[in-house]
Ligand binder design. Structure first.
Ligand code: ATP
Ligand code: MG
Length: 449
């Protein structure tokens, strides 16, 4: 992408309304634009990041055996009356009527709808286990939307729903999602710690929240320090096999959100120098809730003995539009965002340090073409402006590698590579620059880790 033809409305001033760094940087880097209380448009740069986050989530959901579909945003109130949640949900649910005065709602989640789809089509235990997911916009009329897309009213969520014949099978489905989540967040360069959590309005008796530690997080959390830096299961993990050892290894160490925290247990189980009491951001949550929806809604299959069995369910959410600011909270400096390669809007940016200079223009254009030919997602800052502003923009929008072509270097047949994260600079011959970038970028994509 040539920056001169792109739509990147970066802001010079720090927006006053933004309280936390990720919100400030997303506005300044031209990633989002507020369109109302808790409602945001995703501008091209932000949307590219969101799409990369979505790709990773889909790959890991699919790897674990979940199957993607798409349900509508608007739902009928009658469906929610079946589970009793139409009355229970309260003011967070956005309710409306259509022209026939039928009660409708903008879905805050989809347990009822997926249960109704399931009961329409699935009749036999032979069709289980089944895990269906979608990535769709949700609306929750939050009393205090804040921090940009971190807590918005309209937000994009991945929600998966598992159906099984027994509690034991349902726990196996839960474990598959648990491992898929470990992999998902790791691939995005985040350390998300699974912590024992309360089930809230979703209901049920087993739940973990995946928490990214951050000072600006809204939840108080407690965990064993060894939860950080644990080995993440690899892509060769056998999702058809028994994942209990992996999950037990994670859940044996103390980690709990405020609601589930037990100080006596914490002090007894965790040595003093290993105790972390911190704040965190909930990026995902997994629930096992048995027959809470399948019971009242009559989702049954014929069991092996011919008798009807009410299925056991779980649900598994990830907030895509919250992950983007969560990554920024965990990875930025005073100059801007520092994207991990796996979700960076562009993997590299070619900075033409002297646009209008024939040699700089020719060399930069050639490098940009070569990067694209090498399969690198590249931006080319070809604007007719000074080098200082270009360096500042590249730092602000957080592109992992900057390839700088200036007149002095080019005269010696050289360009410079700047690593956004470390600030390290390498001077390298023009001919070797693209190969060097490939060796830096390809392993960092993390699609094979
Ligand atoms: P919270 O406790 O933060 O209000 P929740 O527990 O009600 O969230 P879930 O029902 O568990 O949310 O939804 C699954 C995921 O969706 C959450 O883990 C979070 O990443 C995301 N999410 C929930 N509410 C919002 C919101 N208002 N804005 C952005 N993302 C959200
Ligand atoms: Mg939650």
């Amino acid at each position: 992408m040539r920056l001169s033809r792109y739509f990147l409305p970066v802001l010079k001033e720090t927006p006053k309304e933004a309280e936390i760094v990720s919100h400030r940087l997303m506005l300044r880097a031209g990633m989002i634009s507020q369109q109302g209380a808790g409602m945001y448009a995703w501008l091209p740069l932000g949307y590219k990041v969101l799409r990369k986050v979505q790709d990773i989530i889909e790959q890991e959901q699919n790897r674990s055996g979940a199957i993607e579909l798409l349900m509508p945003t608007l739902q009928s109130a009658d469906l929610w009356r079946e589970s009793g949640r139409y009355e229970d949900y309260g003011k967070e649910m956005l309710r409306m009527q259509d022209r026939h005065e039928r009660d409708m709602l903008y879905g805050p989640t989809n347990e009822e709808m997926i249960t109704s789809i399931f009961r329409s089509y699935v009749q036999s235990y032979k069709d289980l286990p089944l895990n269906l997911y979608h990535i769709q916009w949700k609306f929750r009329d939050e009393i205090r939307p804040r921090f940009g897309t971190m807590r918005s009213r309209e937000f994009l969520m991945k929600d998966a729903y598992s159906f099984d014949l027994s509690k034991d099978d349902a726990v196996r489905a839960y474990n598959r999602m648990f491992v898929a989540y470990l992999r998902t967040f790791h691939r995005m360069g985040m350390t998300a710690i699974p912590m024992r959590a309360e089930t809230g309005p979703i209901g049920g008796d087993l739940s973990h929240e995946f928490i990214v530690l951050a000072e600006t997080g809204e939840s108080a959390v407690f965990c064993h320090a060894d939860m950080l830096g644990k080995t993440i299961p690899g892509p060769d993990t056998d999702f058809l096999g028994d994942l209990t050892p992996i999950v037990s290894d994670w859940t044996s160490l103390y980690a709990a959100t405020e609601d589930m925290h037990d100080d006596t247990e914490f002090t007894a189980k965790v040595p003093e120098d290993k105790r972390i009491a911190a704040r965190g951001i909930e990026v995902g949550q997994v629930f096992y809730f048995g027959t809470k929806y399948s019971g009242p809604m009559g989702a049954q299959v014929q069991g092996p003995d011919g008798k009807p069995v009410t299925v056991h369910m779980g649900s598994y959410g990830i907030g895509l539009t919250r992950i983007v600011p969560a990554i920024i909270e965990a990875s930025h400096d005073e100059n801007g965002v520092i994207w991990p390669v796996s979700v960076a809007p562009f993997e590299a940016v070619v900075i033409n340090a002297k646009s209008g200079d024939a040699e700089c223009d020719a060399a930069s254009t050639k490098l940009y073409d070569q990067l694209r030919a090498a399969g690198i997602d590249a931006l080319y800052d070809d604007r007719q402006t000074g080098a200082g502003g270009k360096f500042a923009t590249a730092d602000l929008i957080g592109i992992p590698y900057q390839l700088i072509a200036g007149p002095r270097g080019l005269a010696a047949g050289e360009v410079e590579i700047k690593h956004r994260k470390t600030g390290e600079r390498e001077t390298i011959s023009i001919d070797q620059a693209v190969t060097r970038l490939k060796t830096l970028i390809e392993p960092a994509r993390r699609d094979t880790v």
